[in-house]
Design a protein around this ligand. Structure first.
Ligand SMILES: Cc1cc2nc3c(=O)[nH]c(=O)nc-3n(C[C@H](O)[C@H](O)[C@H](O)COP(=O)(O)O)c2cc1C
Length: 361
């Protein structure tokens, strides 16, 4: 590609994600999806310093731990970053206070729909409020209740997942929900997929799995190695054996732990059917199986029995790379895709004016 055509492609990319960049205050509309234990100060600041938007994962942190992590991140970057809070955290209001005290610019609420009161509290604290939307109807409701932007996440993603693919969610939601910027997540591992999401009307994208093996990520070397070795089909959704014992779907690399989880479910069901265990006791046993398992894998490197949360794009993770190189690679792929589309892109306005086009998503 000539320098001139690359510059034209970049200008086109900048028009496509202008709304997302303006919302995030960044040079690229690539959010580094919050990943519990992985998205701490080092990875988050590296993503923001490289022109993306890092998001701290609060997970189960206590308010004072979150405060320290935000301060630690600020010490490493002057660029904007966000904080991801889990809706059912027992100290959610205190965590929101911490975000206000630390002047966090963007708060993302995950793990369920935030109430109107939670969204108001975020905005009253001076931050922009983001929520997840698994359907068009729930997205509209979130916007009505005050969400400033939405994330839609397909089933290809790592971690807790819904049942619908990124491609279908994007087609269902993006053309009709124009009121606020919408970021697309799940299975995005190359720049061509970013372009496709933007051309469908996304303001930007959110990527998790692709950043796990960043040089700046503190994930244990054994955790990173399993990612590098894995292919897309190894990232499997957890299976529920019996509807009486619900299992929240989580996508992770299959290992001895995921096999043991199936065995445990079978054993618990047999015990309950035989009257040796009550249903509630059985539910608790199943629920407790994965407690602390992500930490054990990410931090301690227990890749056998720990939880190896990963999206299907894990197949595109082939080596450890600095965040800046990952982002540069994604942008170069996006530019090449746009240059291949031909024309000078003058007819393409910001995504808001772009008619939905089915790309390579
Ligand atoms: C190891 C891991 C941990 C995650 N933890 C969280 C979390 O704490 N909160 C959250 O909202 N999303 C979490 N996610 C989802 C990511 O933020 C992101 O939306 C997702 O990884 C995007 O899809 P991708 O994995 O295909 O890139 C996690 C994902 C992974 C792989």
């Amino acid at each position: 590609m000539t320098t001139a055509s690359r510059a034209r492609a970049r200008a086109r990319l900048d028009r496509l994600w202008a709304r997302g960049c303006a919302f995030l205050g960044t040079r690229t509309a690539v959010m580094g999806g919050a990943m519990s234990w992985v998205s701490e100060r080092h990875l988050v600041s590296a993503i923001s310093n490289a022109g993306g938007f890092g998001v701290l994962a609060c997970g189960s942190m206590a308010p004072d731990q979150l405060a320290a992590e935000i301060a630690g991140t600020k010490a490493l970057t002057a660029e904007p970053f966000g904080v991801n809070l889990i809706n059912m955290h027992p100290e959610l209001d205190r965590l929101l206070d911490v975000c206000r005290e630390q002047a966090v610019g963007h708060v993302v609420i995950a793990g369920g729909f935030p109430s109107g009161a939670t969204l108001r509290r975020i905005k009253d604290g001076g931050a922009k409020a983001m929520a997840f939307a698994p359907t068009l109807v729930s997205g509209r409701r979130m916007v009505k209740q005050g969400a400033d932007a939405l994330v839609i996440e397909g089933t290809e993603a790592g971690g807790h997942i819904g049942p619908v693919s990124t491609t279908v969610l994007a087609q269902e939601i993006l053309p009709d929900l124009r009121e606020v910027p919408v970021f697309v997540a799940g299975g995005i591992g190359r720049g061509e997929a970013i372009v496709a999401a933007l051309e469908l009307g996304a303001a930007g994208v959110q990527i998790g799995t692709r950043f796990v093996c960043a040089t700046e990520s503190i994930a244990h070397p054994a955790f990173k190695q399993t990612f590098i070795r894995a292919s897309a089909r190894d990232a499997q959704a957890s299976v529920q054996i019996d509807p009486r014992f619900p299992v929240i779907p989580v996508r992770a690399l299959a290992n001895a732990g995921s096999k043991a989880f199936m065995d445990l479910q079978r054993a618990v069901i047999a015990k309950v059917d035989a009257g040796a265990l009550t249903r509630d006791e059985g539910l608790l046993e199943i629920e407790h199986f994965w407690a602390g398992a992500l930490r054990r894998a990410v931090i301690d490197g227990d890749v056998e029995m720990g939880s190896l949360m990963a999206g299907q794009s894990v197949g595109l993770v082939t080596r450890e790379q600095p965040v800046a190189d990952i982002l540069a690679e994604l942008i170069a792929q996006a530019e090449t895709a746009l240059a291949r589309r031909g024309g000078d892109g003058a007819s393409l306005g910001v995504a808001a004016e772009t008619p939905p086009a089915l790309g390579v998503l």
